[in-house]
Design a protein around this ligand. Sequence first.
Ligand code: SF4
Ligand code: SF4
Length: 399
Amino acid sequence: MSNPSHDTTSAQKKESRLRAETLLQACVHCGFCNATCPTYILSGDEREGPRGRLYLMKDWLTGPDKALDLAPLDHCLSCRSCETTCPAGVHYTEILDTVREATGETRSVVQRAMDQLTETALSSQTAVNALMRVARRVRPLASESLQRRIALAEPGLVWPAAQHARQVGLLLGCVQPALAPDLDTKAAIVLDRLGISAIPVGPGCCGALPYHLHSYEKARTIAHTTMAWDRPEWEGFTSTATGCTAFLRDYPRLFSGQPDAEPAQAFSPRVADIATWIDPTRLNALPPLKRRRIAWHAPCSLQHGLHGQGRIEAILKALGHTLVPIHDSALCCGSAGPYSLRHPRWAQALGHRKWQALTHADPTEVVSANIGCLQHLAGFSDRPIRHWVDVVYHDMRSL
Ligand code: SF4
Ligand code: SF4
């Protein structure tokens, strides 16, 4: 007798594959997307660009039954730069994710074991906290760039009481509290000064980490937990890591073709980048001597995921800072969640390229919005690299 839940799963998979096939039809093979794809730019190899990947996936989805070469798909950063460029509006990420999930079981035992190990190590707050405790002890002996990756807690910071009628849920995340121990408290203090109470949610993973490591069911379970934390009295739901915020907003894609997709549809519009709640016109400019030349690195999750360009730039400018020009600003830095651990050669090449672009105009500091980018780029840094919330917090205090 057939197992009904297995039948449901098979039907869902079939539906997802059919949807991916339909989405693929939008591609007119113009190749514009290749021009803004980091892996194509680095390699010049058609198979390492979005158009080539789409061809590979189309062959696999519609052609005769054969194994798919997963390497070019694995090398994709899921940065979504190609989606922003594509004039035909091809939903590249949805197609890629469908194929990745459908081929998850065909991955080798070694690949699956490595994914599992990475997920266990990174999603264990106990392990990451223990590692960071040791790192902080040996920090004085570390190189300057390594020291920039080991943030120290600032004493005396207290999460403000929930005293305002305006409130927003702030997801504390999983890895970030260990790597940037005060960042969320600083965000809560900044919002408090602007008349909004940030309500801490978690700590807990948004689900992005297991999702990128092919643990799809685990990611969905986590998503259900996260959505249950949301409260209707809050104006919305956010985090200080754009990678997490973009993933939260993308929950409907996570549940695409699933029977329990409705809560994600309702939750998604409530999610926004935390900068949405910071009105630049309410910030005071610093005196001229305190103003700095900042290189702003917009994470892919902010540019291509949340489409949130402009707001943080306006906040930094409202404080009186100058933003230096950056070439190829739409290109990924190579961090991309666990990508930098799984594909260090690509990640290093992209990180080096990004750092050259960011420091070309000799800024006093580099500023970004996602813990992954900050940690990755700190490995190349010869000058301070900070989260923009840290900049706003300290600048507000110094006035
Ligand atoms: S994905 Fe878009 S930009 Fe790329 S080849 Fe297809 S239609 Fe052209
Ligand atoms: S998501 Fe990024 S790396 Fe992947 S094909 Fe698109 S542009 Fe290239």
